[in-house]
Design a protein around this ligand. Structure first.
Ligand code: WT7
Length: 658
């Protein structure tokens, strides 16, 4: 397996196939050929010209104020993000345009026009005001993929109340940690949401979380599934009682360009997730510009679909803020691709005549496994552009996507970015870039990146190194909530003056950029970022566990998979927990602590972990074991026999697979 991976990697870096844009794309693309030169000549002027697409109540006086590593964009400018996403389109006479074709998992649908959205957002803003929400208050949102989630976010933005959306698949513990970290006094949730035909108990998780959050004043609850919920009189409020009776008009206030818009928690190399702070004017400029130019959006005719959850940054930037700022019609789907059948996505594309699809490589690989007959049975001829995000896309998946979904015609944009970057930074541009399967290609206009070695020197073509961003950009994080030191330390200290992304990268012989995966203890499971340390922490919090080491092993479908090595207290002695049942208990424990996405694929119980003489766990060796590779140098180990014992156990099949 190890050898195969190396082969794959070297093949990937010698990719010679290129796919130039079609004549039609060249003719119609929003991004014209001069865009790179224009942006290179004066990046700040380029970004200022992009900011002009927004509607400002007060114009900015300075495009960028840069006190490294703290940036202020569009200084002195004032705007309201929700007005930019909704009101101004209605005022321009576009109120009848559909904002969302929403599709519930059980098959119920809703069509929401910009007129509808404006009314709902105004009502929600009035409702939140009645509950006591004021500018600057933090609001936690823990919701399924329903229209009210977008409405709740926009209502917060309208009031200048930063939201923190917590993915509905996270546990009550994870939700509580986030509520406490950002000091949210308000929570918006639903009774439940549908996933794989089952109504998940969201309200119950909120009750559990909030039981230990004494400062939470109100919980606003949308009725989605109609399931039984516990009710806390005085604290809990039904959305349909309180929001629906509000006036449909709300006077919006303009906020400073640097007013906080949202906090999104993401995993890093420590056990505690980081609250990534995004602000208003620069962020909206960045997501609107990238959305318009990379996805080549023609809002008057296109149907756009980012098939991701709003609980992740992809949903924030390319379901909510970017598309709405551009007055786009989007599809929003509540459930999973296999419910009720494995062709659900292709049905949706056929039904709404989707033109642009944006999804993750892990999903594409799943579709590959399910076979091309499923998409072939549907009319996908409306598609004209495909996007990929979340992890490196392997050339096979890229070609499959192009062939079986894109009729060998659709350009593919492989977009690299992070929660921290706010929007896309490295990507081809349709109509300009000749793409290569597996490469993210080129920095977006106005973005400066480099690939450097340990000493901070630029490496040559065909040499791997660390990806850094060398100039500030408008959508960049403004900090880690409440922890400026951690912000400096995490992103700006390894290479002073440069933003360290945590990814390895390489330029090929043509100078095109390939992403090579994380270089830190962060795993990428199905395009979701998960920290090894966080899972180790969760495992050790189980009373029977003495020590745990977690690694990401390569996985054909999910990119990486979580493999944990665990020693229990009193290992080897009589009565020490062992066996399949105990392993299952540990996996459930992790799901309970963090969420089902963090469940290890395998847990190996082992009497000892391989350690260096100084006591450091040798994760590199464990990764080799997990990927069935030959073990390299083990001479620095305190006891080399430990790792061999683990290896033998592993190949004996003493492992737990789902
Ligand atoms: C990490 C960021 C950005 C939205 C989804 C994930 C990896 C993301 C690509 C890509 C190779 C990619 C990186 C990055 N990543 N897009 N196109 N090619 N790798 O956001 O959870 O903040 O994770 O995802 O490793 O650092 P996130």
């Amino acid at each position: 397996m190890g050898d195969k991976r190396e082969e794959g990697l070297s093949a990937l870096l010698h990719e010679t196939r290129t796919f130039p844009p079609t004549d039609e794309m060249v003719k119609r693309a929003n991004a014209g050929p001069g865009i790179y030169d224009e942006a290179n000549a004066d990046p700040l002027a380029f970004w200022a010209s992009q900011a002009e697409y927004l509607t400002w109540d007060t114009p900015w006086t300075e495009t960028l104020e840069w006190n490294p590593p703290f940036a202020k964009w569009f200084v002195g400018g004032k705007l309201n993000v929700a007005v930019n996403c909704v009101d101004r389109h209605v005022e321009a006479g576009l109120g009848a345009r559909v904002a969302f074709h929403w599709e519930g998992e059980p098959g119920d649908t809703r069509t929401i026009t910009y007129d509808d959205l404006l009314k709902s957002v105004c009502q929600a803003a009035n409702g939140l005001t009645e509950l006591g929400v004021r500018a600057g208050d933090k609001v936690a949102i823990y919701m399924p993929m329903i229209p009210e989630t977008v409405v709740a976010m926009l209502a917060c933005a309208r009031l200048g109340a930063p939201h923190t959306v917590v993915f509905g698949g996270f546990s009550s513990d994870a939700l509580r940690g986030r509520i406490l970290d950002c000091d949210a006094h308000f929570v918006i949730t639903a009774d439940g949401g549908y996933r794989r035909g089952v109504a998940s108990p969201l309200k119950a998780a909120v009750d559990e979380a909030v039981a230990e959050c004494p400062d939470v004043e109100k919980v606003l609850v949308v009725q989605r599934t109609g399931q039984e919920v516990d009710w806390s009189e005085g604290r809990d409020v039904w959305w349909h009682d309180m929001v629906s009776r509000q006036p449909e008009h709300h006077e919006a206030e303009a906020f400073d360009a640097e007013h906080p818009l949202y906090i999104m928690y993401t995993s890093g190399t420590t056990a505690q997730p980081k609250g990534i702070l995004h602000t208003s004017g620069g962020y909206l400029t960045h997501v609107a510009a990238t959305h318009r130019l990379i996805f080549d959006i023609k809002p008057e005719e296109d149907v756009f679909w980012t098939a991701a959850d709003i609980g992740w940054v992809t949903g924030h930037s390319y379901i909510v803020y970017g598309p709405l700022a551009n007055c786009t019609t989007s599809v929003m789907y509540e459930g999973t691709p296999d419910t009720p059948a494995r062709d659900r996505w292709w049905q949706i594309i056929e039904k709404y005549k989707v033109n642009i699809l944006y999804t993750a490589p892990t999903t594409i690989r799943t579709f590959m496994k399910w076979g091309e007959d499923l998409p072939a049975a549907h009319d996908l001829s409306s598609l004209r552009l495909l996007g990929s995000v979340g992890e490196p896309i392997n050339p096979e998946a890229w070609i499959w996507y192009r062939t079986h979904i894109g009729r060998e015609q659709c350009p593919i944009v492989d977009t690299w970015w992070q929660t921290e970057t706010g929007g896309i930074l490295i990507t081809p541009l349709p109509g300009i870039t000749a793409t290569k399967p597996g490469a993210a290609m080129t920095p977006f206009p106005g973005i400066s990146v480099d690939i450097i070695d340990n000493e901070g020197n630029s490496v040559g073509n065909d040499e791997g190194g660390y990806l850094v961003i060398t100039q500030p950009w408008p959508g960049m994080l403004r900090g880690i909530w409440g922890d400026d030191e951690r912000y400096k330390e995490t992103y700006w200290s390894r290479f002073p003056g440069k933003y360290f992304a945590g990814d390895g990268a390489k330029r090929d012989q043509d100078g095109d950029i390939w992403l090579l995966g994380r270089v830190d203890d962060v795993m990428n499971i199905s395009g979701h970022r998960i920290s090894t340390t966080e899972i180790e922490h969760a495992l050790v919090s189980h009373p029977a566990v003495a020590e745990a080491a977690v690694v990401g092993a390569s996985d054909a479908t999910t990119g990486q998979a979580i493999v944990a090595f665990v020693t229990v207290k009193g290992a080897g002695t009589e009565g020490a927990p062992d066996g399949e049942e105990f392993v299952a208990e540990l996996r459930d424990h992790v799901a309970h602590e963090i969420g089902p996405i963090a469940k290890p694929r395998q847990i190996m119980l082992t009497p000892e972990l391989p350690k260096t003489r100084s006591g450091k766990i040798m994760r590199r060796l464990l990764r080799d074991v997990a990927e069935h590779r030959d073990l390299g140098d083990v001479t620095t180990l305190l006891d080399p026999s430990v790792v061999n014992a683990i290896k033998v156990r592993m190949s004996d099949g003493a492992e737990d697979k789902e």
